[in-house]
Each structure stands twice: as C-alpha cells, then as structure tokens.
Design a protein around this ligand. Structure first.
Ligand SMILES: [Mg+2]
Length: 375
C-alpha cells in the first residue's frame, strides 16, 4: 500500500500571451508517495498575496495527508473540507482545498492505474467541440477580427472574447465601436461559428446598456453573453433575460456547491462557469455538474490557467451531455505548452479527455522550477 509522504505547495508566475503578456500566477500542490508516485493540483490564485496565503494553507493542512493511502482520496478530501469550514469555506480556504483535491485525484489515479474519466465513472462522449478563448488586446478592430477568423479557419467552432481587458483593444467601452467590431468579427469567422463575449470586471455597464448592446449583437448571431453585469445583480440579470434571447453565462466566481445551488435557483443563468482550481477541485466541479444536469442547464469549464486545471476540466466535461464547449487558449503559452510534455490541443475542432492514469499529463519539473516564485 502506498502512503503519502510529501506535501508541497508552490506558486508559479508566468507571462500569458492570451492576456497581453500579463504576469499571472497559479499555486500548485504536489503530493508524493513513499514509492515515488507524484500527484499535481492547482489553484487559480492570481494575486501574490493570495498565492502566499494559499501556500501557507496547503502546508498547514498537510497533516491530514501525510501517512494516508491515496486510495482514500474521497475521505481525505472530505476531511480537508471539514477542517476548512472554520476559516472558509470560501476564498483562500477554497483555493487550498481545490489544489489538494485535484492532486489527490491525480495521485489516486496513478496509484490505481485509472484515468480520471474512469474514476468519475466513464465519459458520455470522447470528443468535445473547442472554442478559442482569448482576450482582445490589439488596437485595430480589423486585426482582432482577422485573428479570430483565423482560429475558426483552423478548426475552432467558435470564439469567446474577453472585453475590457489589458492591452489596447478598448472593447466594451463604446457602443458604436463594439457593434462595428461584431460586424467585422462575423464577417471574419463566417456565418456558422459561435461568438461569445465576456465582460471584464473593469467595464461598468448598466442594465440598459447591457440589454441594448446584447440585442444589437444578437442581430449578428451572438451565442452567449458572459457576466454582462456583476453576478450578484439578480434583478439586472432578470431584465436582460426578459429582453434578450442569447444564452446568459455566469458562475465562475462561485466557490462552493451551495453558492452554485443558490445561483441555479435564481433562474438567471443558462451556462454555468466553473473552475476546479477555485470551486473545490474535481469533487466540487462534479457536484456542480450533477446540479446542472438536474436543472437542465449547461456548464462551461473555466479552464484558462495551466494544463493541470485543463486536464481536470476536460475529463469532467466529458462525463456530461450538459457541456457546451471546451475552451482552449489559442496562442501558445507557458502553462499549457511548456509545463507538460503532452499539451492539450484539438483535432479538427474537437478535443478528447486523457486516458492515461490520473490527470493523464506529464508535468515537467524543470519548467515548474523555471517559473517558481522563490520566497
Ligand atoms: Mg469569464
């Protein structure tokens, strides 16, 4: 029987070319057994203070893991969650819980020789259509439209564009310019590709503006609008819902299953975003999927960080018919293309979950060392 003998936390800092080369951060959890098997987990901590706090939290929770059998993953994960209620369950506690949970699933899979899909009870599909998900950053509308047109020609079924992000694109600030961009984008991606827009938090829209812009974009076949308002503005979302026909997406800021259940109860959302690196790991995401299936809604993995979260998200996505797309960052980047020797990419517009044990990824520890933040 294997025993967990080592629990490590570490933060990686990397430039993200899909976000105008902004420096972003993730905090990883690395578990190792007495026979040298390694499991990896991730939390999407982003800010330096959150990274540091999450590392401290993972280190502090390590007594619940040391000496344990990785096959007891579910019980250990529950015990971590039970400890964390005192100082959580949201925020930093949830980041730590998420990274530990993903690492435990990875380790259990590697020890037992099962892929994550097998441990989850099997997939309903072996291929999910892919979406190119990036932030607009170029000042030229024509350049951004053409860039996304290229992704569709390369096989992507659609594009999701973050507005109001870093860089010089200035999308989301001026109604006429935003409409013009949609016109150019539709011409560039052709009539069939799906278009989604995701309002960045820096953009301050009101209900009237959100309705007017969404309705106009719908003339060009908008598939979904993501977080047009702050997610707690339930009344605002209801008004958008009553005026617009496109799908409404939100949920990526939720931490717990209880928050997701409350969100579903509001009736304001069609596509629920979830990141296992934030919302309780693979265990938390799986609970959300069951709730989404019961409510007959849709979910979409917020997998926009490292290949660890992508591997977890992809396997989970393949277990349900309620998934719409799987998002890929279209520009090569350190956390996807360097961190693992077998990066995720699509074939003819579709992507398949991994079949190798655990997460099915091969994390390169030299790359971990290269981007690791030293304290
Ligand atoms: Mg989003």
């Amino acid at each position: 029987m294997s025993r967990i003998t080592k629990v490590e936390s570490m933060t990686l800092e990397y430039p993200e070319p899909n976000d105008n080369n902004t420096l972003r951060r993730v905090t990883l959890c690395r578990l190792e057994t007495d026979d040298g098997v390694v499991g990896w987990g991730e939390a999407i901590t982003m800010w330096a203070e959150a990274c540091h706090a999450t590392e401290v939290m993972i280190d502090g929770l390590s007594d619940l893991l040391i000496g344990r059998d990785p096959l007891d993953q579910q019980v250990i994960s529950r015990q971590v969650a039970e400890r964390a209620w005192w100082f959580g369950p949201e925020g930093i506690a949830s980041f730590a819980r998420s990274a530990i949970d993903i690492a435990l699933w990875d380790l259990r899979g590697k020890v037992s020789g099962q892929s994550l899909v097998q441990m989850l009870g099997g997939a309903v599909t072996d291929r999910i259509p892919v979406l190119a998900s990036t932030h607009a950053f170029d000042p030229s509308l024509e350049v951004e439209a053409e860039r996304h047109g290229r992704y569709v020609r390369d096989g992507f079924h659609g594009v999701k564009i973050g507005l109001g992000k870093k860089g010089d694109a200035r999308l989301g600030y001026e109604y006429d310019r935003d409409v013009r961009f949609m016109q150019l984008l539709r011409e560039a991606v052709g009539p069939k590709a799906d278009i989604m827009f995701d309002r960045g938090q820096h953009l301050k829209w009101d209900v009237g503006h959100a309705v007017k812009l969404t309705k106009k974009w719908e003339e060009y076949g908008l598939r979904w609008i993501e977080e047009p308002l702050e997610p707690w503005d339930v009344q605002g979302f209801r008004q958008i819902r009553s005026h617009c026909t496109s799908l409404i997406a939100t949920g990526e800021r939720c931490w717990t299953t209880e928050q997701y259940l409350r969100l579903i109860d509001t009736g304001i959302v069609d596509v629920i975003g979830c990141d296992p690196g934030r919302a309780g790991g693979i265990t938390g995401f799986r609970e959300l999927i069951l709730a989404v299936e019961k409510a007959q809604l849709w979910f979409n993995a917020h997998a926009w960080s490292s290949a660890i979260v992508s591997a977890a998200s992809l396997a989970l996505s393949a277990t349900s018919h309620r998934v719409v797309y799987f998002e890929l960052k279209p520009i090569d980047n350190p956390m996807q293309n360097e961190l693992v020797s077998n990066p995720f990419w699509h074939e003819g517009g579709y992507i398949s979950p991994r079949t190798a044990p655990g997460l099915g990824i091969d994390v390169d520890e030299k790359v971990v060392a290269k981007y690791r933040v030293r304290r």
